[in-house]
Design a protein around this ligand. Structure first.
Ligand code: UFG
Length: 322
């Protein structure tokens, strides 16, 4: 299969592209490099520096069978300050992409969605039919894209799968000591920030909130290894449900507190993580854990890498490039 990967120069897109190539698929990456890195596009993928709104004149020449769509802005805090940028880029951009695919009779798409579509849940673990009440423009744009996909699939007969990620971490070793991992200019995520603090390369890790109604007072999240995530995307590309948009959570079904993650970072790096306990970060729910049965049923998928393996791989990547 020849797969178009939008956002294939980003963290998750590059890992998925590399895993698709390893599985013998052909990969065409488009990325405007607004946040991605050209050197993250795996060798063997065809690369075009384009935005998703610019594909119509060229996509017809590429022989694409299916699309995995990552290209999006993805910072929760930034989205609250700049909703216009998020709605234009994520929603208007994706609708343009869907129209391009329709015009070229490409009827198979897998889309990167997010637990942020649910917002603050009433119940744990979170099932796919839980209420969707996003608390940020980022989450709202991911939900809007999912709603559009449902309508497009129903009306135009395409097969669409939205994968709602929980907390992605880890990295992929790509040979010769190289890694594909997180390299965000603005890093907001817990694992890379904790690794940087442990390495002594940055400020202390700010621990946002110790008064949550959780066993140790810190937020609980469902962490998933980016390589497990990549396997789910490969399985989603094989789904055959013309006219139906499937929404599928990707998580492990169990949660770890921020303190548990910091303990794992200290164990793996064999260094203490310097911590500043500060106030809660606005918009952080206490607990987010995925119900992942649907991923098992529809994709035959279950995660196989634990938190320690995520932190160890992220640390390998960090040490190589820091
Ligand atoms: N945290 C810290 N210090 C940091 C970074 C994070 O204490 O420097 C805490 C957060 O408060 C949170 C936990 O660590 O409790 C995880 O935070 P992340 O920023 O790593 O991840 P989030 O759970 O906030 O975000 C994830 C995805 C988003 C998605 C969101 C859905 O990364 O894309 O879940 O709620 F929108």
């Amino acid at each position: 299969m020849r797969v178009l990967v939008t956002g294939g120069a980003g963290y998750i897109g590059s890992v998925v592209s590399a895993e698709l190539l390893r599985a013998g698929q052909e990969v065409v990456v488009v990325d405007d490099l607004s946040t991605g890195h050209a050197d993250a596009v795996p060798p063997g993928a065809q690369f075009h520096q384009l935005s998703i709104a610019e594909l119509d004149p060229v996509i017809g020449d590429w022989g694409i069978d299916g699309v995995i769509h990552f290209a999006a802005r993805s910072l929760v805090g930034e989205s609250v300050a700049d909703p216009a940028g998020y709605w234009r880029n994520n929603v208007v951009g994706t609708v343009a992409l869907l129209d391009t695919l329709r015009a070229h009779a490409i009827d198979r798409i897998v889309v990167s969605s997010s637990a942020a579509a649910y917002g603050e849940p009433d119940r744990q673990p979170i099932t796919e039919d839980a209420p969707t009440r996003p608390t940020s423009a980022y989450g709202a744009t991911k939900l809007a894209i999912d709603l559009a996909l449902t309508d497009y699939a129903r009306a135009y007969g395409s097969t669409a799968v939205s994968l709602r990620y929980f907390n992605v971490a880890g990295a992929l070793a790509v040979g010769d000591g190289g890694w594909l991992g997180e390299r965000h200019a603005t890093e907001t995520h817990l694992v890379p920030n904790a690794l940087r603090a442990a390495a002594g390369d940055g400020p202390k890790l700010q621990l946002f909130g110790t008064d949550y109604p959780t066993p140790d007072g810190t937020c609980v999240r469902d962490y998933i290894h980016v390589v497990d995530l990549a396997a789910a995307h490969q399985a989603a590309l094989a789904v055959q449900t013309p006219g139906v948009h499937n929404v599928v959570n990707l998580g492990s079904g169990s949660g770890y507190s921020v303190r548990q993650v910091l303990d794992t970072v200290a164990e793996v790096t064999e260094r203490p993580v310097p911590v500043d306990e500060v106030a809660r970060r606005p918009g952080d729910p206490a607990v987010l854990v995925a119900a992942n049965e649907r991923a098992g049923e529809l994709l035959g998928w279950e995660p196989s890498r634990d938190l320690r393996s995520m932190v160890a791989d992220a640390w390998g990547c960090y040490q190589r490039y820091a």
